[in-house]
Design a protein around this ligand. Structure first.
Ligand code: ADP
Ligand code: MG
Length: 494
């Protein structure tokens, strides 16, 4: 009743109450007061809600520790007299502990399964990377060993150095593909016409596929502008085209088609998305794929090709690139007939972008340009400052953002440009660049990074970025391109 006293109950109520509290109830008891203090407060509040006229359901624990404390689902219904006035409340409780336990066990089992699937994928991934990297390291190691031999002919020395340099490029490409799959790569998106890229690509597809594969290109009137990383776009198209070629075993037709569409179809449990998209599809008349193969093609290192023929990373790149660009990749395939991969990317208006920075000046010499190098890694910092010194740059090296700001506070005027790593303990490179923009406007900052979640999430904040690993040549060009143009330090450009 409105005084929280029991008016009536059934036998089940008393049996259950006894089971978890060790004594029974009787009509007239003030019900909340029968519970241990913290539960009494909860029960009183529950009943008050019902007595205030609310019908509702809650889950709560009631009972004494020594008898077990099950979780109950309790339904409250106000009791009203003929005039509609609340004179009490009806309370029905049901022990749901077993159900909750079963749900928790199921959840645990699913977590374990997910975890083991994740471990399996990570295992494949690390195994694959380790394998590929070890091959590359073997080449580098044996080249350096050979370089150490006395009386080495100049021609041979050149060859070994070339081998090391090529291998490093391949290793960088490998990490690039992995980062693309992990969607952790620093994309450098810009607005470009998909049709232009496809046109250029289809010209070289002929050489790629061989003479017995016909290449057909279907382009719309519309240029189809997208906002994405153009290099990754090209890579994705090449990856899909190479697969198409391989699927046709030397003979057939490869069709590249670009369309402007208003909707992205549902794919892999994601619903359809309305909006302007550009759809780029690559169709082949090749062997097609079974549903089992289809289910795994985007896994890194999944390949059905012979050792040395495939890395299994091509479609991982396509997938990662599509996702990170707010797009999708859709596959249709029929065994024995062929396959169509369609890459969807958000379509944008054809904004004209600033032209690329003036084509590369042949200058590699630093001409006394003064660089503040901010780098926490000792090897990289040593390498960068030494390389820059060789090229005629003057350098000051700071190990973190704090040191860099101190150098600048000391005398910012002596620097032409700041070259900073992104991932550093303390303030990161992007924040440092912003801070320098505030304190020393006009002093250019270049960021450098191999991988950074900061960049993957928030971009470069408009600052120039030099991807690691970089060559001495790239470093010098980038610095020269942005360093304060008419600074007294510079001993005249050519
Ligand atoms: P790789 O080409 O190195 O094997 P990918 O990630 O590019 O790695 O492709 C993975 C697998 O997907 C291929 O080994 C092949 O089995 C399948 N596949 C991809 N594209 C096609 C295609 N156009 N036709 C048939 N199978 C394909
Ligand atoms: Mg491939």
């Amino acid at each position: 009743d409105t005084e929280y006293r029991l008016i009536a109950f059934n036998k089940a109520h008393n049996d259950e109450f006894f089971r978890v509290n060790g004594f029974t109830t009787k009509v007239g008891d003030i019900f909340p007061d029968l519970f241990i203090p913290e539960q009494a407060a909860v029960m009183r509040a529950n009943m008050a809600r019902a007595l205030a006229g609310e019908a509702y359901k809650v889950e709560a624990v009631f009972g004494r520790a020594e008898f077990g404390q099950p979780c109950w689902e309790i339904t409250y219904t106000p009791l009203r007299d003929a005039a509609g006035k609340v004179f009490g409340a009806f309370h029905q409780a049901h022990d749901i502990s077993a159900r909750l336990r079963a749900e928790a066990e199921l959840q645990d089992a699913q977590d374990v399964l997910r975890q083991s699937q994740k471990l399996e994928v990570i295992g494949q991934l690390t195994g694959g990377v380790a394998h590929d990297f070890n091959n590359l390291l073997t080449v580098i190691k044996s080249s350096t060993d050979l370089l150490k031999r006395p009386d080495l002919a100049e021609a041979r020395r050149g060859r070994y150095i070339e081998a090391i340099s090529d291998t490093v490029d391949r290793a960088a490409k490998l990490t690039g593909q992995l980062l693309a799959f992990a969607r952790r790569q620093t994309l450098q998106p810009k607005v470009f016409a998909a049709c232009d890229s496809v046109r250029v690509l289809s010209e070289m597809l002929g050489t790629l596929t061989g003479s017995r594969i016909r290449v057909v290109t279907e382009l719309p009137e519309n240029d189809c502008f997208v906002n994405a990383d153009p290099n990754q776009f090209d890579t994705a198209l090449v990856n899909m085209a190479v697969n198409a070629r391989d699927a046709m075993e030397g003979e057939g037709q490869l069709t590249v088609r670009v369309r402007a569409v208003e909707r992205m179809p549902p794919v892999r449990a994601h619903p359809a998305v309305d909006g302007p998209f550009v759809a780029v599809s690559i169709s082949d008349t090749g062997i097609g794929m079974t549903p089992e193969t289809l289910g795994r093609i985007f896994e890194p290192f999944f390949t059905t090709k012979a050792v040395g023929q495939g890395t299994g990373l091509g479609l991982s790149q396509v997938f990662g690139f599509a996702k990170q660009s707010q797009g999708e990749v859709v596959v249709e395939s029929v065994v024995g007939q062929g396959t169509t991969f369609t890459l969807y990317l958000p379509r944008v208006g054809g904004a004209i972008q600033a032209p690329e920075r003036g084509e590369r000046t042949p200058v590699v010499d630093g001409h006394g340009t003064c660089v503040l190098v901010v780098e926490d890694n000792v090897e990289v910092g040593t390498f960068a400052t030494q390389a820059l010194a060789e090229l005629g740059f003057a350098t000051v090296w700071a190990a973190d953002a704090g040191e860099a700001l101190a150098e600048l506070a000391d005398d910012a005027g002596r620097f032409d440009v700041v070259f900073t790593d992104v991932m550093m303990p303390g303030m990161n490179g992007v924040d440092l660049a912003r801070e320098i923009g505030r304190r020393h406007p006009g002093l250019p900052v270049i960021l450098t990074s191999g991988y950074s979640h900061v960049l993957a999430q928030t971009g470069t904040g408009g600052f120039e970025l030099l991807q690691k690993p970089y060559s001495v040549e790239q470093l010098s060009r980038t610095l020269q391109a942005v360093a304060r143009p008419d600074h007294p330090n510079r001993i005249g450009d050519e």
